[in-house]
Structures are given as structure tokens and as C-alpha cells.
Design a protein around this ligand. Structure first.
Ligand SMILES: Cc1cc2nc3c(=O)[nH]c(=O)nc-3n(C[C@H](O)[C@H](O)[C@H](O)COP(=O)(O)O)c2cc1C
Length: 189
């Protein structure tokens, strides 16, 4: 029985690149579970930049009616939210950052309980061969972001050495790993 939702957010700017493949394999794995999978590719959506008007904090409503309205509703229905992005200068892409900024809506004390305790899985592709210190900034960012919204981190999974667009085609072990994460991490929750 499919009783719960997983929302997968793809913040890659590059079509058919490594992140797209990673996300697709994750979804294939997760589809073997009882979860219903929802998928959003941010580059295909209309999501305005947060302009810092803080209407969401004052009035508990966002200034913009764009694709974020639907996405926020989908988050509310989701048990797990997956944030997938390439590493861009030690951070997420601008697309992903803009999306995360628009979740400021849930920082409002009135709205926070709507997402508090939801599970987050972070998937990151990157060019460098070694993870080492390169992910420290990203981890600190996510740690603070998740704490601000009372979200629960399931895991942060890295896919290094993926500089070229189709580099992942040379990494069958990555595809197996992410399929298994979709299948097992999710089904054991
Ligand atoms: C603007 C930009 C910034 C990047 N910054 C980093 C970085 O800080 N560290 C890193 O290891 N790779 C970096 N990369 C490489 C990408 O993270 C890597 O190629 C990733 O696999 C791209 O994912 P995609 O194929 O889905 O576009 C950067 C790439 C771009 C275009």
C-alpha cells in the first residue's frame, strides 16, 4: 500500500547531467517501495527570488503566487524530502538556494509545525575526486538550515569525481549505490 509521499527536488542547472541521472536512479529505487514519488525539476519551474519582504513572517502568507505555492503544498504531504544538487563553489546551485530561501515561509512560528520533524535526504554531485574539506561549507549550511526549520537529516550522500556532464556513465557503482539508497533507506523508515 502506498501511504506516504517522497518529494524529490532536483536543483541541477544542467539538463541530462550527473544530478539528473542520480535523481532518476534514486526514484527507480524508491519506486520499489510503498512510497508515492513526487518529482520537481527546479530549472523547469517558475520560482521568484525571495525579495525579503517578510510578508510570510508578518502575515503567514508568501508575497508570490508561483510554482512554489504548489511545491509547499507537496512538502506538507511528504514524509521525506530529497534535496539533490551539484556542488557549486562549495554550496548548492543558485536554483536550489533560491528554492530553500523560499521555504522561509516555514520559519514563521505559526507555520513551522507544518514541516517540523520531516525527513530530509541530501544528494550532492561534485567534480573533486576527494570529499575531504570541500563539503564542510555545504554541511554547515544544511545543518543550520535544517535546524532553523526543525527538519531531520537522514543522510548526506556525495558523488565525487563527476566533473564532466556524462562522468557518471563511467561510475556504475554510483548508480547501484543510489538505487539501493532509494530502495533500502526509504523502505526501512
Ligand atoms: C559554477 C560551478 C561551480 C562548481 N563548484 C564546484 C566545487 O566547489 N567543488 C566541486 O567539487 N565541484 C564543483 N563544480 C563541479 C560540479 O559540482 C560537478 O561537475 C557536478 O557533477 C555537476 O553536476 P551536473 O552534471 O548535474 O550539472 C562546479 C561546477 C560549476 C558549473
Amino acid at each position: 500500500m502506498k501511504a506516504e509521499n517522497i518529494l524529490v527536488i532536483n536543483g541541477a542547472t544542467r539538463e541530462s547531467g550527473n544530478t539528473d541521472v542520480i535523481v532518476q536512479k534514486f526514484i527507480e529505487g524508491a519506486q520499489t517501495t510503498w512510497y508515492t514519488i513526487e518529482y520537481a525539476t527546479l530549472r523547469e519551474l517558475n520560482i521568484s527570488d525571495c525579495i525579503g519582504c517578510c510578508k510570510c513572517l508578518r502575515e503567514s502568507v508568501c508575497n508570490f503566487q508561483d510554482d512554489m505555492t504548489q511545491l509547499r503544498d507537496t512538502i506538507l504531504k511528504s514524509h521525506i524530502v530529497v534535496f539533490a544538487s551539484p556542488l557549486y563553489f562549495c554550496e548548492v546551485t543558485g536554483l536550489m538556494k533560491n528554492f530553500l530561501d523560499r521555504l522561509y515561509f516555514f520559519y514563521h512560528p505559526v507555520n513551522k509545525h507544518l514541516v517540523a520533524g520531516k525527513n530530509v535526504l541530501v544528494l550532492t554531485s561534485l567534480g573533486e575526486e576527494e570529499i575531504g574539506n570541500v563539503t564542510a561549507v555545504l554541511e554547515e549550511f544544511y545543518r543550520r538550515f535544517l535546524r532553523a526549520l526543525d527538519l531531520k537529516l537522514l543522510d548526506m550522500v556525495y558523488f565525487p569525481d563527476l566533473g564532466e556532464k556524462d562522468a557518471i556513465s563511467q561510475k556504475p557503482e554510483y548508480l547501484e549505490r543510489i538505487f539501493n539508497i532509494g530502495q533500502t533507506l526509504i523502505s526501512t523508515m
